[in-house]
Design a protein around this ligand. Structure first.
Ligand SMILES: [Zn+2]
Length: 481
């Protein structure tokens, strides 16, 4: 006879949707199934050997609880069994069910969901009781939170400590022109409440850190990672794995994006994909490399879709798959991701069992431990210090390693040699002079300074925070971009 395996249990049944067994009763059929796939046993049965309360078994179209002989009901080769877990998907659902009904207003609001068999009233209640934490109210966080709020996700947590800037508005559609200068959290809350006042918004006006992440995560079922930097991305991943919370991931750069679902019970995590971060400066951030405004909209909505599917327990989540989106060619490709048994955080013998210093892990100066820093042998100069030295008439040579189009937007009188041209043009520089290298935010200039040090330059500084820090701390009339 055939046993139909639901999507969330397929990973434990050799990824098969149906399994054939020989049996004369329902109990025998289930025993044959779990002896073939021992991993399934703990998902179907309690320690006492009883079928779990949220697992229903149907013989053809009848729930076996309602059959005369229940599990001992006789079966033939032509019969089929279906396992129907009431709570499916990778997301642990809130332990205490809060709402058991929809209000008349909600019935009207969600009517197009309610008539979808895959959602229905039961699904809409799952959404209402779900608690989703979004890291960042920026490019990805904007569409993500707006669609989750619209869809009726009951509790939305948002972690963000930025204020809205003009350069955010070409993509962060949750904020408007009149929000410039406001905390993103407040602006986002206003927009989300306007979309759906039923949603409870929980604001965390803080930077996510190793000290607060587990405490913040513990009240949520799913985390959606909308961060734009490597230290936070590794922090989110590790905190999700350690807390047993699914991590719905996306990242964007220029015209391309990636998305996946990490840290489900049996799926891979971000570290299985990328065990270590790239060295600082190698992969520019969106602030440095630019991003097509629409792109985070597209990827954020893919994230929102995955979140909703996980809550509903419908469809095939992006577990073990990396979706690659190329908007210029408009290609969507998919790569298989495997769980790495040697993964330091989710492998069979994890070496990472608590959160670490992620700035240090990513090769960035850790603010907590090194207030005056030397990074990889390169002294870091603060913008205010550079200004003081310039005003004092010191014989400094300022080297700008950004691209010409950035130089056209804003500059502080540096000599322009884009990072990529530096090896060919290094003879333009006087190795005896004291040189301060800058870029937009400090990443590319750090690499340039390290390159010059290797070439024998002795007196090199990196401008910490780049021209952005100059705008922030020295001269606000230098445009930020
Ligand atoms: Zn892993």
């Amino acid at each position: 006879m055939q046993i139909h395996i639901p999507t969330p249990l397929r990973p434990f049944a050799g990824k098969q949707s149906t399994v054939s067994v020989s049996a004369t009763t329902v109990a025998e059929a289930l025993a044959a199934l779990t002896s073939q796939f021992p991993e399934l046993h703990k998902h179907l049965y309690t320690d006492e050997g009883k079928l779990r309360a949220f697992v229903n078994v149907y013989l053809n179209d009848e729930d076996i609880r309602y059959l005369d002989h229940k599990e001992n009901a006789r079966v033939t080769e032509a019969d089929s069994l279906s396992i129907i877990p009431s709570i499916a998907g990778g997301a642990p659902v809130a332990e205490a069910p809060i709402a058991a009904t929809l209000t008349p207003e909600e019935m009207g609001r969600y009517s197009r969901h309610l008539i979808l068999p895959e959602v229905g009233e039961a699904g809409q209640l799952k959404l209402k009781n779900a608690r989703v934490l979004c890291i960042g109210a920026g490019g990805l966080g904007a569409p993500l939170t707006m669609y989750l709020a619209a869809a009726g996700v009951g509790t939305l947590g948002i972690v963000d400590f930025d204020v809205v800037e003009a350069s955010n508005l070409h993509r962060q559609v949750i904020h408007g022109t009149s929000d410039i200068g406001r905390p993103k959290l407040d602006s986002a809350e206003d927009s989300l409440k306007a979309i759906n006042p039923n949603v409870k918004i929980v604001k965390f006006a803080t930077k996510l850190t190793s000290e607060n992440a587990l405490e913040i995560f513990k009240d949520f079922d799913i985390v959606a990672d909308g961060t734009d930097n490597f230290p936070t991305r590794y922090l989110v991943n590790d905190a999700c794995v350690l807390s047993g919370i699914t991590n719905v991931y996306a990242s964007i750069f220029r015209f391309e994006g990636q998305a996946s679902v990490f840290a489900t019970e049996d799926g891979p995590c971000y570290r299985c994909l990328y065990p270590e971060p790239p060295p600082p400066g190698l992969v520019p951030s969106c602030a440095e490399g630019g991003v097509l405004g629409i792109l985070p909209g597209l990827l954020g909505i893919i994230q929102a879709t995955e979140v909703i599917k996980l809550i509903l327990g419908q469809g095939e989540p992006l577990v073990g798959r990396l979706l690659l989106v190329d908007t210029l060619g408009m290609h969507f490709r998919e790569l298989k991701l495997r769980k790495n048994t040697d993964c330091p955080v989710c492998g069979t013998h994890p070496t990472l069992t608590k959160l670490i210093d992620y700035a240090e892990f990513c090769g960035l100066p850790s603010k907590a431990t090194h207030p005056a820093t030397i990074v990889n042998g390169v002294p870091q100069m603060q913008a205010t210090e550079l200004k003081r030295r310039m005003d004092a008439g010191d014989n400094l040579f300022v080297l700008d390693v950004r691209e010409p189009y950035e130089f056209a937007i804003a500059q502080i009188g540096g000599h322009l040699i884009p990072l990529g041209d530096l090896p060919q043009r290094v003879q333009e520089l006087d190795a005896k002079r004291e040189i301060v290298v800058h870029c937009k935010a400090g990443g590319r200039s750090q690499r340039a300074a390290e390159f010059l040090a290797e070439k024998g330059f002795k007196n090199i500084h990196n401008l910490a925070g780049g021209i952005t820090a100059w705008s922030d701390y020295v001269d606000a009339s230098v445009p930020k971009y």
